[in-house]
Design a protein around this ligand. Sequence first.
Ligand code: TNX
Length: 577
Amino acid sequence: MSTTPSPAPSADPPGPVPLDGTREPTVADLAGSAAALAAGQLATADGTPAGPERAATVPGPGRAVVTTVPGRRATVALGDVLPVPASVRPEPGADFALTVDTVIHAGPAARAEADRLAALLRPATGLPLPVTVDPAAPAADTITLALVDPGLGPEGYRLDVTPTGVRLTAATPAGLGHGVQTLRQLLPAGVESPAPVDGPWVLPGGTIADRPRFGYRGAMLDVARHFFGVDEVLRVVDHLARYKLNHLHLHLTDDQGWRIAVESWPRLTEVGGATQVGGGPGGWYTRDDYRRIVRYAAERHVTVVPEIDLPGHTNAALTAYGQLAPDGVTPSPYTGTEVGFSYLDPDRELTYSFVADVLGEIAALTPGPYLHIGGDEAFKVPADAYARFVDRVQPIVAGTGKTVLGWHQIAPAAHSPGRVLQYWGTTAADPAVADAVRRGARLLMSPADRTYLDMRYTPESRIGHDWAGAIDVRRAYDWDPAGYLDDVPAEAVLGLAAPLWTEYVTSRAEIEYMLLPRLPALAELGWSPRDTHDWEAFRRRLAAQGPRWETAGTGYHRSPEVPWPVAAVPAPRVPES
Ligand code: TNX
């Protein structure tokens, strides 16, 4: 499939706008609405008093914080979590209020998750929330995290909220991490504030028992068309972790840039990393940068999947090492958005020593099980030569100890143990893919007309491609990853992944505009049981995420398909007079 890039959109951020759903809010708008809310100029979504009356009841810094008021009730219902949990049993009247006395207690192996929970809750609540591993911690007023297997699989967790304490159990740290994200969403939106805001901080009583439908739930960030620094990538990891996605695929190389240092071929980054779409300066990750991303992601239970796109999409590599070019002529750097013109020569031995060096280094830096070898849009390579190439590269991957992941164009090649095809087509019938599955391949579903986060929301969207159609929230949500492809058993589907190509995405704000709110829609398809699939219920739960993003200063597309609250940014605490 070829792409027909849309005309380059303006990269200008939108000007200040009312939060009326007609245009996208910027961080500045959101800060403005927080101030307006504090000044009593806006109503909160539920009509509760906002502004000075409410804020004035909040003690300022230095005064005692009032933390327990009898009869306080949770404001979030136990099931209002995204992705929706597998099982929810509310216990009315069993709410738990966080107070100045609340302690987070963990066994030593759960300490890191307890620290992360405390770090997520302290800024907004202003509560001390000390973390203790002391087995003699008080039983009451405690949030306990324990690596005790609740029988919910490797990523499942159980959360029990009672008036005297909260207990989170899981078989693994990943399960606890997912439970922590659930707990965070059960507190009011103000919990996302980077500075203290008014509580109360009450969790709804009852029990959640939760586990994912699919083991692979991911997103892809293309750092080749436009380069994004480590901080931008870490921010994307945060969005993934929040919605229980567990794989971040980094598209590290393409015609416009090579973004990962390779010691044995240093010009790949020095020369090949020096530009991007539009001719900007580009950039690349040092090995330490990459390690930092991998570590930060791992701490949040996200596995990094590196992609070296082969044999096409290689112009940047060829600008660095002209001897790899099929005609021996070093090409010019490419800063446009066309695809399919570049390739490594499948009939040259140098190609394979290059590939082995690169994949060997990337494998050594990557703790996760997968190496993604691309394989898409090698239009200039004849089919037989292409198959020979993939047949030689797959064993190189296996030789590094990793499992092959590739775009579904690699389907006709021989089977390689465990290999996974990432299906990005838009048709239900793909005989080559079905045949590869019969020979043992498994599938990651990324159908472009549902999961492509670079597609416009509507034809009027500010940025994005449109070759796979417009994808607003309902289109992203209303399909089944296990049922998309014909002639493929559901068991072959490992999960789904949502790619964000960045020909037209140039900044953190634009990344977030494209991710949100589609990412949580896809996250729910990956996590929640199929029998919970319900557009009306989903869009109501999604609406409640808006105030959370606003509070955190995160931009998003205010899709008209979602009943967003009018404005619900919590009032900041009034400074002491
Ligand atoms: C197709 S999907 C591509 C990318 C483009 C994308 C734009 C795939 C494997 N290849 O090279 O960036 O379309 O939507």
